[in-house]
Design a protein around this ligand. Structure first.
Ligand code: KE4
Length: 427
C-alpha cells in the first residue's frame, strides 16, 4: 500500500471525510488525494516521493513559492522568542503599516486568524455601523463559512436566501440576499425592494470561488455607486485577490474605494492571518472603543506577523519584477493549455486576472455562476486526474482558481502544457 493510502486510511478514522477542509478530499474530481510530505519553490512532494508542479499554492498564500528562505528565516527567528504572547507587539504595527500603504481604503484594521473571521467581523461592523440587518452577497462567491454567508439564492432575484448548509437556520439565511454576479440591475432592484434595510454588499472583486470570473467593465464601480447612494457599506473581500492580482489587489487594479476590505492568504505568508479594515469611522465602532464586539486569542500572532512581514515586504520591494513575472508565466500557461484544448477540439473558456485563472470546460463564456455551473465537471475531473498522474497538481475542482508563484519557471509552464496535450489526447 502506498504511504499516502495508509495515511488516508488513518485520516478517514480521525477526520470527517479524512480531511480538515472539504475540498482537499478530491470529491469533485475523483481519485485519491496524495498526502504532502514537503514542498519547496513551485513543487510539492507526496508521502511516496512523487513530485508535482503546484498550481493551488495552499489556495493562494504561497505566491513566492514554498519554503521561501526569507519567510522561513523570519518564522524561525520569531519562534525562538516564543510562538505567542497574547499581548501587543511591534510586529503587528509593522505589518499593518505595510498593509495600509498598499490598501489606501484601509485607515484602521484588525488582524484575525482566517478569512472567515475577517468577513464575519466586517459584516458585524457594517451591521453595527448602520443598524441594518440585511446583507447582500453574490452567487458563486465564497467568503468563508460564517452562517449568514452559507446561503443560496432564493427563488426570485430580490427574495431572501435559503440555507446553503445544514445547521444554518432559515432565520439567519433570510437576512442574506444572494444575487447574480455582474448584474448591477439586480443590486439596484434589491435596494428598491428593501429600502433602508441593507447593511452591506460583500463581493469577491474577482470571483475565485466559482472558478475565476472577472468583474464586467464598470461593475465594481457600479456597486460602489449603488451602495453609497443607499447608505450601505461596500465590503470588498480580497482574501484571495489581495496581493495576488496586484500589490494593492483589485482595489488598485479597478480603482475602487470600498468602506471595508478583507484580506487573508498571501498576507500571512502561509501562516493563519486574516485582516478586516477600512474607514476609521467604521472601524472605531469596535470594542474597546465602540459597541461592536470582536476578539481573538491568536490575533496578530507573532509567527504569523513575521511570515506576513517577510512576504509583503518582499512583494513591496520587488513589486515590478514580481508582478511582471507572475503575469508572464500565468498568461503563458493559461493560453498554452487553452491552445492545446483547441487543437484537441475540446471546448474551453479560460478566465484569468493576473496570477489567478480557471480553465472552464464550457462551450460559452463564463461571466457568472450560472454559466460556470454549465461546465463539464466530469471532463474537468478526468483532466485533473490525468494532470496529477503527469505530475501537475491543479486545484481539485472546476469551481476553484489556479495560482502562479514567482518560483515557477518557463520550463514548468512548458511541462504543464505538454502534460495537458497528453491529457487531451487521452480523453
Ligand atoms: P478561510 O476562512 O478559509 O481562511 O478564508 C475564507 C475565504 C474568504 N474569502 C475568500 C474570497 C476565500 O477564497 C476564502 C477561502 N478560499 C478557499 C478556497 N477557495 C479556501 C480553501 C478551503 O476552503 O479549503
Amino acid at each position: 500500500m502506498r504511504r499516502s493510502q495508509a495515511l488516508a486510511a488513518r485520516a478517514e478514522k480521525l477526520f470527517p471525510g479524512g480531511v480538515n477542509s472539504p475540498v482537499r478530499a478530491f470529491r469533485a474530481v475523483g481519485g485519491e488525494p496524495p498526502f504532502v510530505e514537503r514542498a519547496e519553490g513551485a513543487y510539492l512532494w507526496d508521502a511516496d516521493g512523487n513530485r508535482y508542479i503546484d498550481y493551488f499554492g495552499s489556495w493562494g498564500p504561497m505566491i513566492l513559492g514554498h519554503a521561501f528562505p526569507p519567510v522561513v528565516e523570519a518564522i524561525r527567528e520569531a519562534a525562538a522568542r516564543s510562538a505567542s504572547f497574547g499581548a501587543s507587539t511591534a510586529a503587528e504595527g509593522d505589518l499593518a503599516e505595510r498593509i495600509v500603504a498598499c490598501y489606501p481604503a484601509i485607515e484602521k484594521l484588525r488582524f484575525v486568524s482566517s478569512g472567515t473571521e475577517a468577513t464575519m467581523s466586517a459584516i458585524r461592523v457594517a451591521r453595527g455601523a448602520t443598524g441594518r440587518k440585511i446583507i447582500v452577497k453574490f452567487e458563486g462567491c465564497y467568503h468563508g463559512h460564517a452562517d449568514g454567508l452559507l446561503v443560496k439564492a432564493g427563488s426570485g432575484v430580490a427574495t431572501f436566501g435559503i440555507p446553503g448548509s445544514a445547521g444554518v437556520p432559515e432565520e439567519i439565511a433570510q437576512l442574506t440576499l444572494a444575487l447574480p454576479f455582474n448584474d448591477l440591475a439586480a443590486v439596484e432592484a434589491a435596494f428598491e425592494a428593501h429600502p433602508g434595510e441593507i447593511a452591506c454588499v460583500i463581493v469577491e472583486p474577482v470571483v475565485g470561488n466559482a472558478g475565476c470570473i472577472p468583474p464586467a467593465p464598470g461593475y465594481l464601480q457600479g456597486l460602489r455607486r449603488v451602495t453609497q447612494k443607499n447608505g450601505a457599506l461596500l465590503i470588498v473581500d480580497e482574501v484571495m485577490t489581495g496581493f495576488r492580482v496586484a500589490l494593492g489587489g483589485a482595489c488598485a487594479l479597478y480603482g475602487i474605494d470600498p468602506d471595508l476590505v478583507t484580506l487573508g492568504k498571501v498576507v500571512g505568508g502561509g501562516l493563519p492571518v486574516g485582516v478586516f479594515g477600512g474607514k476609521r469611522v467604521f472601524m472605531d465602532q469596535l470594542a474597546p472603543l465602540g459597541p461592536v464586539y470582536q476578539a481573538g486569542t491568536l490575533s496578530g500572532n507573532p509567527l504569523a506577523m513575521a511570515a506576513g512581514l517577510a512576504t509583503v515586504g518582499y512583494l513591496q520591494k520587488h513589486e515590478d519584477e514580481v508582478y511582471a513575472r507572475l503575469e508572464r508565466l500565468s498568461a503563458a500557461v493559461a493560453e498554452g493549455v487553452a491552445g492545446a484544448a483547441a487543437q484537441a477540439g475540446i471546448a474551453m473558456a479560460t478566465n484569468r486576472v493576473g496570477a489567478m485563472w480557471t480553465w472552464f470546460f464550457s462551450e460559452g463564456p463564463v461571466t457568472n455562476y450560472k454559466e460556470a455551473a454549465k461546465s463539464d465537471t466530469q471532463r474537468f475531473g478526468g483532466f485533473h486526474r490525468a494532470m496529477l498522474e503527469a505530475g501537475v497538481w491543479l486545484p481539485p475542482s472546476q469551481f476553484e482558481a489556479a495560482f502562479m508563484s514567482t518560483a515557477h519557471t518557463e520550463e514548468d509552464v512548458e511541462r504543464t502544457i505538454a502534460a495537458a496535450r497528453g491529457a487531451f489526447q487521452a480523453q
